[in-house]
Write a protein that binds this ligand. Sequence first.
Ligand code: TYD
Length: 212
Amino acid sequence: MLMPRGRLITLEGGEGAGKSTQIRALTLALKTHGVDTAATREPGGTPEGEAIRALLLDGDPDRFDGVSQALLHFAARREHLRQTILPLLDSGTWVLCDRFADSTMAYQGYGAGLGRDLIEAMHRISIGTFTPDLTVILDLAPEQAASRLDQRNEARNSYELLDQAFHDRVRAGFLDIARREPERCLVVDASLPEAAVTAAIFEAIEDRLGVP
Ligand code: TYD
């Protein structure tokens, strides 16, 4: 029997928007519906990607300029797609991914100011026309996100240390991406209770992708 191809669902948004919590809840919900589901993240998802993640997130935030950062994110992504995501989709598994190409557009394209054209060119070179089946953007005001991060009491990564204006541009970038591609993107208010956010996402998965 020919296995139906899996679907790629990406979760995007600023820091502290609750992506990992939602990925855990959605993985459980999909598995409960009998869907074979795997969770992964960027930067990361392969040993090579995790090594690039350490380069990008630990150490001096200024050691790579914006273009180098974007290239590293896309190199990690190309390997992630090639080694992990595409084989899973081919085997019929649904993949939930914590951040993907929209993060590079929002953080490096809008946040760091590299612009859409440069990021789109890097996208084409590294992963062609590949896009997720559904992208969920968890939208939260950066001030609210900062107070959530304070409560977590974890060390901040190099992006989390950037100023409020940077995070405002990142948020506006994600919302602009969603406006440009409404068929692929869903914006969810991440200030709602966790269960309400999960329910809104799951409803969109059922409506747009159909849960088998
Ligand atoms: P992570 O600890 O996963 O943060 P979060 O829990 O907020 O997702 O760190 C990933 C960081 O990398 C995050 O600050 C966003 C940044 N990033 C980019 O700047 N560009 C990218 O392409 C990706 C994938 C992440």
